[in-house]
Ligand binder design. Structure first.
Ligand SMILES: Cc1cc2nc3c(=O)[nH]c(=O)nc-3n(C[C@H](O)[C@H](O)[C@H](O)COP(=O)(O)OP(=O)(O)OC[C@H]3O[C@@H](n4cnc5c(N)ncnc54)[C@H](O)[C@@H]3O)c2cc1C
Length: 288
């Protein structure tokens, strides 16, 4: 935690390292049993992922990109001189450079051109809960990452909140996984949240779901060339949303042939070379 705080300081990000006494004075609704240290990041927060994705798409279009929606790529070929992509409607596209950034489906697409990367898909759940009306004034109004109890939370409007686990899960088939949360998964998260924040113990179930992380062996992105004209950007391992604005710039420069040398450490070849990166806090691996 102290190393993270040093990293935040080096990057000029406003934050405070808090002792248990500081935490108790500042966050009166939290049960701080067993807590040794906290970091408060003043300008941290959360965004609406749907609207953010639409915002990126609109901006890309303004800058000249052509978006083909509902048009899956079915086939990729790379004979060393020409890269061809065939979309679901049978259209063939010849491209100068190709970036494969298909999240959990990246591995199977690259396998078509003989590139094998150690990318897997993991199913991760989100539990939604709604406070009893009398408890709304005591709702936690900020993101809370509770490493000790193994979950994260964020508000979802004034009276609701979302919970998700921090630890890895088993690899799954991205085309065949359960999209509903199970009762056991929901109860585990709700109990952990109630332990930290007793007011949450009275909340009731709201819309919940399961979705996919695309995961690399060291839980860091896999970004770089896989052949002369084909590039990959995947394996963001549950923390690619926050990276996206700065990562997008890096990926753009990579494809323009002007890569930042700092991107080398994320190269797809690092696993074969035994150059894995560090990530997470113990089992809480999504915390990049
Ligand atoms: C429940 C959950 C919570 C998360 N919370 C956070 C968080 O708090 N903070 C954070 O930073 N990150 C978070 N993430 C992770 C974040 O969402 C991902 O890291 C990020 O979306 C990865 O972006 P991407 O563009 O690489 O891939 P994706 O967002 O997976 O996009 C890949 C796209 O490729 C498309 N595609 C796939 N196959 C094909 C094909 N054959 N042809 C054409 N298109 C194809 C897909 O439809 C998809 O639109 C969370 C993820 C989940 C599931």
């Amino acid at each position: 935690m102290h190393a993270t705080a040093t990293g935040l300081a080096d990057a000029g990000i406003s934050h405070a390292v808090l002792t248990p006494a500081d935490l108790a004075a500042r966050f009166t609704g939290l049960d701080l049993e067993g807590t040794a240290v906290g970091v408060w990041e003043e300008h941290a927060g959360y965004a609406d992922p749907h609207r953010t994705a639409l915002g990126y798409a609109a901006a890309a279009t303004r800058y000249g990109a052509t978006l083909l929606e509902h048009t899956p790529v079915r086939e990729i070929t790379d004979d060393g001189r020409t890269v061809r992509v065939v979309t679901g409607d049978g259209t063939r596209h010849e491209v100068g450079r190709l970036l494969v950034a298909a999240g959990p489906w990246t591995g199977p697409l690259l396998a078509q051109i003989g590139v094998t990367l150690p990318l897997t898909a993991e199913r991760h759940v989100v539990a939604g809960l709604r406070h009893a009306p009398g408890d709304v004034p005591f709702a936690v109004p900020h993101v809370l990452i509770d490493i000790q109890h193994g979950y994260y939370s964020r508000p979802a409007g004034a009276d609701r909140f979302l919970l998700g686990p921090l630890a890895p899960t088993a690899a799954t088939d991205p085309d065949d996984f359960a999209t509903a949360i199970t009762t056991a998964e929901f109860d585990w998260l709700a109990a952990r949240a109630a332990q930290r924040t007793p007011v949450r113990g009275r909340a009731t179930a709201d819309r919940s779901w399961a979705s996919l992380y695309d995961v690399s062996p060291d839980w860091q992105p896999v970004t770089g060339p896989v052949s002369e004209r084909v590039y990959v950007d995947a394996g963001t391992s549950g923390h690619g949303f926050k990276l996206a604005p700065v990562w997008g710039e890096h990926v753009a420069r990579l494809l323009l042939g002007e890569p930042d040398p700092r991107l080398d450490q994320f190269s797809p070849g690092r696993f074969a070379a035994g150059a894995r990166l560090a990530s997470g806090y113990g089992a809480a691996r999504i915390l990049g």
